[in-house]
Design a protein around this ligand. Structure first.
Ligand code: CTP
Ligand SMILES: C[C@](O)(CO)[C@H](O)COP(=O)(O)O
Length: 228
């Protein structure tokens, strides 16, 4: 009988939230009666209750998170590790907890609206092809700045990138052995620099990254309509 592959989920929430600008870090803000991070963890647990969930949080937020879990009676199993200086270093800390082969989902803690269908597409393609990056076509026109000129570009050649960026564990562990480079904006850029070819799958429009106060209003509305 074929052995079932283990799923690992690294949820990164080690950032500073400077563009949100709230006193409470954005991952703890309440949306639809629960902190953002609890929505995110719940989605992955519901997708596969057997998966190992690793939450990356700045060291000085661990106690606060523990208190929030008690307050909300949040008991889904997860392991908490320290955040790093950049997203790359936070992911690296998460990867250090992967002890055997499987599929690794790397997801922004502040994307609490990823759909089950996106997760299924990511899982299936990563199993088959080594990785899967959820993307969407760009809905607006695009301009590129070149000196004093602003030049229209062909938007059909561009896609906006979401998470969970999903990999076979061997591939992503290998990619993250590299030295940090300032060009790394996500995990796909790390894998690409290590020589792996990147596979795109369709993401979902609701899967926004809560970055600014406006995103919070949109996420609140979407979560409310999801639960109707
Ligand atoms: N050192 C860092 C920086 C970012 N992240 C995580 O990477 C995701 C995407 O980053 P972003 O939305 O930019 O979060 P922040 O860095 O917190 O926000 P900002 O750039 O506005 O400060 C977030 O879940 C964030 O917590 C992380 O784990 N560790
Ligand atoms: C990982 C990411 O969410 C993919 O779109 C994005 O690259 C994070 O960028 P940020 O500037 O760190 O928010």
């Amino acid at each position: 009988m074929e052995e079932r592959m283990k799923n690992f989920v690294i949820i990164v929430a080690g950032g500073s939230g400077s563009r949100m600008g709230t006193e409470i870090p954005k991952q703890f803000l309440e949306l639809h009666r629960k902190p953002v991070l609890m929505h995110t963890i719940q989605i992955f647990h519901d997708f596969d209750p057997e998966s190992k969930i690793i939450l990356v949080l700045p060291k000085d937020q661990h106690q606060f998170w523990k208190e929030l879990c008690l307050k909300h009676s949040f008991s889904l199993s997860h392991q908490v590790v320290f955040g790093g200086k950049t997203r790359f270093h936070s992911v690296q800390n998460g990867l250090s907890q992967i002890e055997n082969k499987g599929i690794v989902f790397i997801h922004d803690g502040v994307r609490p609206l990823v759909s089950k269908e996106t997760l299924e597409r990511c899982l299936e393609t990563a199993k088959k092809s080594g990785n899967a990056i959820p993307v969407l076509p760009v809905n607006e026109s695009l301009l590129r700045q070149e000196g004093n000129l602003n030049i229209s570009v062909d938007r059909s050649q561009y896609f906006s990138v979401q998470t969970p960026q999903t990999f076979r564990s061997e591939q992503i562990l290998d990619a993250f052995k590299q030295e940090f480079d300032t060009s790394f904006t996500d995990d796909a850029s790390v894998a690409e620099k290590a020589g792996f070819s990147i596979q795109m799958v369709e993401g979902n429009r609701e899967n926004i990254k809560i970055t600014t106060p406006t995103d919070l209003i949109i996420a609140q509305a979407l979560l409310q309509s999801n639960s109707l």
